[in-house]
Design a protein around this ligand. Structure first.
Ligand SMILES: Cc1cc2nc3c(=O)[nH]c(=O)nc-3n(C[C@H](O)[C@H](O)[C@H](O)COP(=O)(O)OP(=O)(O)OC[C@H]3O[C@@H](n4cnc5c(N)ncnc54)[C@H](O)[C@@H]3O)c2cc1C
Length: 459
């Protein structure tokens, strides 16, 4: 016995539900399968819980700075982690419930809970039932990587999934991994009141960014009392009485970092190992990502892969954009492609880092002639008024076309302001459009024309 659908979608992350709704509203029978929590990583263990927790941490930080702004606080500002978690549970839970209710309320959409595995290229088994469809969409996302560090099985550790459920204050949190996830949790827990050490294997934090960005972020974190250990070439873990020791060097007897709790934040692994991809003949790369073309089709006709599992993006907006690309190709004969999109994302430290386009290193490698400018946030009126003067605005443009090549805005509102530049990049318009635009005063964005008037040859 098997059931036949027009489309099967595996996973309810950031692409699957919208695609299911698209099929359902077009009158097509669609089955969507979820093995764990509706909404996937972003809703349950990623963006929403972390940004909600960061909001709590930042509120505490602002309260501690009250005197600077003329407020008197009688006594210490202390965190109540149970209430912080309850707030997070409420906000994240609402989204999780919203996704499930939305899907269950769709006509033509069958929601199935269970683990899906390919049987053939056009059939999938869930809870011992065989489902068949001409089109199958894989939206299985990823999970925290747990490397085979020596001692990993001897000590308890958190990943992002378990860390968002913590309802107590760790005395000393050691975070292994100094990239986006590690830094967000690091500053968050420091602001909650924990001692925090970040151990990074590379020579600097957020190694994909330019050096000046890494250095500035490091200084911001260190100023808050976060200890940062770089070049930790050989990580090992061991129990030491009531603590956990993180070894950072290859030699025996070398210094260790001692903490009460460990968070592993060393990257993501796609959830493709237990999907029966071999039975369907779907190709993956050496890291387990599903290989897709520019329209997100796999090597097997009729099977697509969207979101983190295809290795073409690692963000909610890239997963959602994958949905748009696939839906527009299938339903609107609009040949949208992954290669049309411009890289953009934010790091939600305080201040945040908003990024779009190429880094300086990428521009240098491309060999093109460029103009660049860097402007300190301490000279941006809005930042001064808010007492948030850390960071800078950095923009690079093509010397010939005048189009913006890339930007990094580390500073208050950086995650929003960078999108002024992003839209101009999509329009393929010259930077002079921004330079000549009248912006609202007082904002950070109003400084973009001033900043752009100071472009110099890019070294
Ligand atoms: C701590 C953290 C913070 C983040 N913050 C941000 C942020 O601020 N902004 C941002 O843009 N991105 C952020 N991200 C990244 C973002 O969460 C992901 O890029 C996004 O959720 C990917 O969505 P997806 O649809 O690819 O997969 P997911 O959201 O991971 O969903 C995949 C779903 O598939 C299900 N599934 C897997 N295998 C099967 C199977 N065999 N059968 C049935 N179901 C299956 C899973 O249970 C899951 O629900 C963050 C990530 C982390 C870890």
């Amino acid at each position: 016995m098997s059931r036949h659908f027009d489309a099967i979608i595996i996973g309810t992350g950031q692409a699957g539900p919208s695609l299911a709704a698209r099929f359902a509203t077009a009158g097509k029978a669609v089955a969507i399968i979820e093995r764990h929590k509706f909404g996937g990583t972003c809703v349950n263990t990623g963006c929403i819980p972390t940004k909600t927790l960061i909001a709590s941490a930042n509120a505490g930080h602002a309260a501690r700075r009250g005197a600077e702004f003329g407020f008197v606080i009688n006594g210490d500002v202390r965190v109540d982690m149970k209430r912080v978690k309850a707030r997070k549970d409420e906000i994240s839970g609402r989204s999780n419930k919203g996704v499930e209710e939305w899907l269950r309320g769709l006509q033509n959409c069958t929601v199935i809970q269970g683990h899906a595995r390919f049987e053939t290229s056009h059939s999938v088994v869930v809870n011992d039932e065989v489902l068949e469809a001409d089109k199958v969409f894989i939206n299985v996302g990823g999970r925290a990587t747990v490397p085979a560090f020596p001692g990993i099985h001897d000590v308890p550790f958190f990943t992002n999934s378990s860390m968002v459920d913590v309802d107590f204050l760790p005395e000393h949190l050691v975070i292994v991994g100094g990239s986006y996830v590690g830094l967000e949790f690091g500053q968050m827990y420091r602001r909650f009141g924990s001692e925090v050490t970040i151990v990074e294997m590379g020579p600097r934090l957020i190694g994909r960014e330019d050096e000046d960005v890494s250095d500035a972020v490091q200084k911001i974190l260190e100023l808050e009392g976060i200890r940062i250990v770089l070049n930790a070439k050989c990580i090992s873990l061991a129990k030491r009485d009531s603590c956990i020791a993180v070894g950072v060097e290859c030699t025996e007897g070398s210094p260790e970092v001692l903490g009460t709790h460990i968070l592993l934040a060393v990257g993501r692994t796609p959830n493709t190992h237990d999907l029966g991809l071999d039975r369907a003949g779907v190709a993956t790369d050496e890291r387990g990502y599903v290989v897709v073309d520019d329209q997100l089709q796999t090597n097997v006709p009729g099977i697509w892969a969207l979101g983190d599992c295809n290795g073409r993006g690692a963000f909610t907006h890239t997963a959602y954009n994958d949905y748009e690309i696939v839906a527009d190709n299938l339903f609107n004969a609009d040949r949208r492609r992954v290669s049309d999109r411009i890289q953009t994302y934010a790091l939600y430290t305080d201040p945040p880092l908003g990024r779009c386009g190429m880094t300086d290193a990428e521009i240098r490698k491309s060999g093109r002639a460029a103009l660049a400018v860097k402007h300190s946030m301490s000279r941006v009126g809005r930042a001064v008024e808010k007492g948030e003067t850390q960071g800078f605005i950095k923009i690079t443009v093509d010397a010939e076309t005048k189009q913006i090549l890339g930007a990094a805005i580390l500073g208050t509102g950086g995650d929003e302001v960078v999108q002024v530049l992003l839209d101009v990049m999509y329009a393929k318009a010259p930077y002079t459009v921004v330079q000549r635009a009248m912006h609202i005063h007082p904002t950070v964005a109003e400084f973009l024309p001033t900043v752009l008037s100071k472009l110099q040859p890019f070294a």
